[in-house]
Every structure is written in C-alpha cells, then in structure tokens.
Ligand binder design. Sequence first.
Ligand SMILES: *Cc1c(COP(=O)(O)O)cnc(C)c1O
Length: 283
Amino acid sequence: MIAYMDHKDLTNEIIDVTRAQEIADGVHRVMDGIAQAESGAGRSAGSVKLLAATKTRDIGEILAAIDAGVRMIGENRPQEIAVKTPGLAKLLAERGFDLGVVGAGAAGAAGAASDSRAAERESIPFHLIGQLQANKIGKVLPVVNTIESVDSIELAEKIARRATMRGITVGVLLEVNESGEESKSGCAPSHAIDLAKRIGAMGGLELQGLMTIGAHVDDERVIRAGFAHLRRTRDQILASGAEGTANCRELSMGMTHDMDLAIEEGSTIVRVGTAIFGERAFI
Ligand SMILES: *Cc1c(COP(=O)(O)O)cnc(C)c1O
C-alpha cells in the first residue's frame, strides 16, 4: 500500500461542481496550448496526443477530465491502477467508452452483454507511465494498452513472457534517460538503439516508440537537447528497418512545464498532470 492511499479515497466517484469546472478549464487550457504549439512549430493539428497523468487523482476527477475531452490516461503505480480500474471502467462504459484493454474491469462485463455495441464504443487508451517492478506485471497486463517505462532487456523479456502466456500483445515504449539524472529511470541514451532492436524482435510486445522525462533544470537549451536527441534516436531506429521496429513512431515527451519545448522537438504524446488537475497534495 502506498502511504497517500490511506489519506485519499481514490475510488471516490463524486466531486463538486467547482472542482469539475476547475479540471475542465485545465483540460481546455492544455488543449489550446497544444494546438498553439503545434501550429507554432509548423506541425499539423492533432499530431500531438494529450495523455492525462492521473496519479493521486480519484475516479471523479479523472471522469471530469474525460468529460472535458481527455482521450488517453496514464497511471504511475500498479496499485493505483488496481484500485481505480473497476469503478472507472464501469462509469466510462456508461458513457460509451472502453477503458484500456477491451475486457478489462466492468467495461468487459458490460461489453459481453452487448457485443454489437462494443464495436461502436470508443476506447480510452490506458498507459503505465511509472516504473514497473517485475512482480507487478500481472497486475497491469489485463488493463493497460501500453507500458511506457520499459528500460531494460530483463524487464522487456519478463513482460513479453507474461503477454505471450496470456496470448496478447502489449504496446511498449522504451524509456530513455536523456538527462542522465541519477534520480530518473530509463536506459542510457547510448544503449537505446540496440535495446529497441532487441525489444522489437520479442514476441508479445509491440515497440511503439520512445519515452523520456525532461531534464530538471532551468536552462531550456538543455531540456530541448534531450528531446531532440530522443527524436533522432527514434528516427535512427525507424531507418534501421530492423525487425519489429516499423511502428516505433511515438515520442512520449513533455509534461506541464516543458510541453511546448517537447512539441517543438517532435513530441507525439505529452503527459500532463498538474496543468489539468492542479498541484498534487501527495507525491
Ligand atoms: C506525474 C508525471 C507526469 C505529469 O507531470 P506534471 O508535471 O504534473 O504534468 C508525466 N510523466 C510522468 C512519468 C509522471 O510521473
């Protein structure tokens, strides 16, 4: 159990109107910011997807973000995924959405009852964006479409084995520690291309791209250099033509404070929490 989960009921489904409006305003501000950054960088509208980073937020808060237009969510901790998924999937099914892997949680039950409608429902992709310990793989595989935090061959092999056993294919992004900061996970940038080729060749996984967390510094040039390097790495992986790398297109980079820079450097997924939901009361 994580300490803050004792202080906040993450399964709470009801939030007040003021809080819901605050979240809707946040979503709209972020979406406007993405649109501006896209056009400022000469990129086409809609080329950057918004992933709402929902750690420490309860079901009611997440639904408010989805009601305001969010269409992709990401969680950091398997425990939070396990606690929130059943209630969240049920309420999303009522709104006509599937959450994550079809068949997960309550949406699966609802889907089984009306298969013809299941095909029409829009799916909300669910990503794991935080570190994954091997013993938690089984907790997240039934739910998440994509694991963004794969940073070693060992972890990739363990996920691949579990996915193959289940007869499924899981999306993965290779996380790269572009800033070299010790506090951050991610593989060394110099290993990224080799790791990507080896992960691409594994059964049970689909290598969908690369992920990084921007450098924790004030100097924009340093942050930008990391993003630009991730993009060049992605381009080299694609150009290699290696087995299983043809779909390695996503660049998950950019958060509340460095989203604009990331979009200028080619981000395809920005992961935003604070600018949507406000400051986190818990880490
Ligand atoms: C929390 C988190 C985010 C979002 O961060 P904000 O600064 O709140 O926008 C993005 N990516 C990861 C991996 C995170 O843990």
